[in-house]
Design a protein around this ligand. Structure first.
Ligand SMILES: Nc1ncnc2c1ncn2[C@@H]1O[C@H](COP(=O)(O)OP(=O)(O)OP(=O)(O)O)[C@@H](O)[C@H]1O
Length: 518
């Protein structure tokens, strides 16, 4: 259904004879009929004529004739005029039927993108020429573009023309600018570089350096069998490096997952990665949304509706590390209930009572059973006052049975999963066994139910799994002194009126113009 209407509207044919001219397309001309070359090849047909014009003496073949087809047409027919602007648009956006914003947006408020559309920064006149679609997400579309200023390919995120998306994208610009310029001016900490941002047809467009495949695609390419421990180590180290910087800035990413970690081209090592997509990010202490993080990577405190900090990213990071090793998501729940149930089963514990007591959504998942209950967490601590609801109990409460997904691996505790992976394996070399012991100990500190006890990125970066130091027993991180996130302070200083327009270098007036048209 791709845009026949659109093609009709803007749609001149590739070749455009002047009015009244009956021009036979080349294929027909070179085929049977009046234009057939003479059987002898000596030259009475069109092909032979073209051959002569090109100075070709021997019998031409079709492939040769199409090599310089525009020239060929022009030589064959003096009235033939070619103009690239008259080409039919090759749409990249689906659907490509105009619906809003004077016909440049579709029904989903996405800008209708097509090959060779120029996204222009009116202030600098820098132009980004659209070439192909890279991905479509919640906030809009990401397209590969040719940057006329640097003569390089870049990735441009074209945000949907809707106030909520617009506002959040401004936040992405603001936070990424702070991270890039203030915290990582030399591009050493594995965070995507933002190159430019502009407003085009009421769409905020953000240009990023062009990166490669994401880690989910990498796992798929490996048939979801997981990566060697050495790669898991290398990627973990780089992601942690980015997370240390984010935490120093008091920035919570809120959507860490394998899809948002991209391979980066580098001369140094074949396994460099960068963190992308700050489209859901926020400042610590200024958390606005409660429905955040992709479900499989959602932390217990977010599921339960408890105030959150940068520790939620460490939970997602733990899920990513485990997934990189086993090739499958660790908690692929079909519902939030399913995710939580899997956490309890695989980790053999549950969130601490004080968190459950204060969290907003505890009653959706747990029943208060008094202080003496020796439940799932009993093996590693005192009893708990809360027990997770059964599916029947949830159905009774919510009138709907919670969705439960399939288990793709044995229903085991995390350590057993890692030690026995790929689960039919009996003999492992001693070095591999040692690596896995290290990995399990590393995951223990990341997948900690209590956000206050969960390791910070800096603490995790001291683990022997990351440093390569010998493992002498369970890792005890150094305690950290409380810090004041710098970006948080900066954002408040620049713009006490709320929002982050000024921090991003975008005027509130510009914001209003955009808002009013949508
Ligand atoms: N710098 C980049 N280089 C190459 N590809 C990119 C780049 N940035 C984004 N992409 C591609 O576009 C996809 C979507 O990007 P991004 O996650 O930033 O958008 P989103 O709308 O926030 O998506 P989601 O809804 O999945 O969070 C990515 O998964 C990736 O495949």
């Amino acid at each position: 259904m791709e845009g026949s209407g659109r093609q009709g509207k803007g749609g001149a044919p590739t070749w455009a004879p002047s009015e009244g001219t009956v021009f036979r397309p080349f294929v027909a001309a070179a085929g049977a009929g009046a234009a057939e070359p003479s059987p002898s090849g000596s030259g009475s047909g069109v092909a032979a004529r073209i051959s002569k014009l090109h100075g070709v003496k021997r019998k031409p073949c079709v492939a040769r004739l199409t090599a310089d087809i525009i020239n060929t047409f022009e030589r064959c027919h003096p009235e033939f005029k070619y103009s690239e602007t008259l080409n039919p648009k090759r749409f990249l956006t689906h659907p490509s039927t105009p619906a809003h914003n004077d016909g440049v947006d579709n029904a989903n408020w996405d800008l209708i993108l097509y090959v060779n559309l120029e996204l222009v920064n009116k202030t600098s006149n820098r132009r980004f020429i659209v070439k192909e679609m890279l991905g479509q997400g919640t906030f809009g579309q990401v397209v590969k573009c040719w940057d006329t200023e640097t003569n390089k390919y870049v990735a441009v995120k074209v945000i949907k023309n809707q106030p909520a998306f617009y506002q959040q994208a401004i936040m992405e610009v603001s936070l990424l600018r702070t991270l890039n310029q203030k915290f990582d001016p030399d591009d050493k900490h594995n965070i995507v570089r933002m190159l430019d941002y502009l407003s085009f047809q009421n769409h905020l467009c953000i240009a990023f350096e062009m990166l490669g495949q994401n880690l989910y695609e990498l796992l798929k390419r490996n048939h979801l069998r997981g990566l060697k421990v050495q790669f898991v180590q290398a990627f973990s180290k780089q992601i942690l490096d980015a997370m240390i910087v984010m935490r120093d800035g008091g920035i919570i990413h809120c959507d860490l997952k394998p899809e948002n970690i991209l391979l980066a081209p580098t001369a140094k090592t074949a396994a460099a990665v960068k963190v992308i997509d700050f489209g859901s990010a926020c400042l610590e202490g200024k958390t606005v949304y409660s429905y955040i993080q992709s479900r499989y990577y959602r932390s217990p405190e977010v599921l339960l509706g408890y105030p959150y900090t940068t520790a939620i990213d460490m939970w997602s990071f733990g899920c990513i590390v485990a997934e990189l090793f086993i090739g499958l998501p660790l908690f692929p729940g079909a519902s939030e209930y399913d995710v939580l149930k899997r956490m309890l089963k695989i980790l053999g514990g549950q969130p601490p009572d004080d968190l459950l007591r204060e969290a907003k959504n505890t009653a959706k998942f747990f029943k208060h059973v008094g202080s003496s209950y020796l439940g799932i967490g009993a093996h590693d601590g005192p009893g708990t006052a809360y027990r997770m609801l059964s599916e029947d109990e949830v159905e009774g409460r919510e009138t709907k049975r919670p969705k439960l997904g399939k288990w793709y691996f044995p229903q085991q505790r995390l350590d057993q999963l890692i030690y026995t992976y790929p689960w039919d394996n009996t003999k492992l070399p001693e070095t591999e066994k040692a690596d896995r012991v290290l990995l399990v100990d590393f995951l223990r500190g990341l997948l900690e139910f209590d956000p206050n006890k969960r390791w910070s990125p800096f603490q995790a970066s001291g683990h022997p799994f990351i440093t390569g130091e010998p493992f002498t027993g369970p890792y005890e991180p150094v305690s950290e002194t409380p810090r004041i996130p710098v970006a948080h302070a900066a954002a408040v200083d620049h713009n006490p009126g709320g929002g982050h327009w000024l921090v991003a270098g975008l005027s509130p007036q510009w914001k209003c113009e955009q808002m009013s048209t949508s």
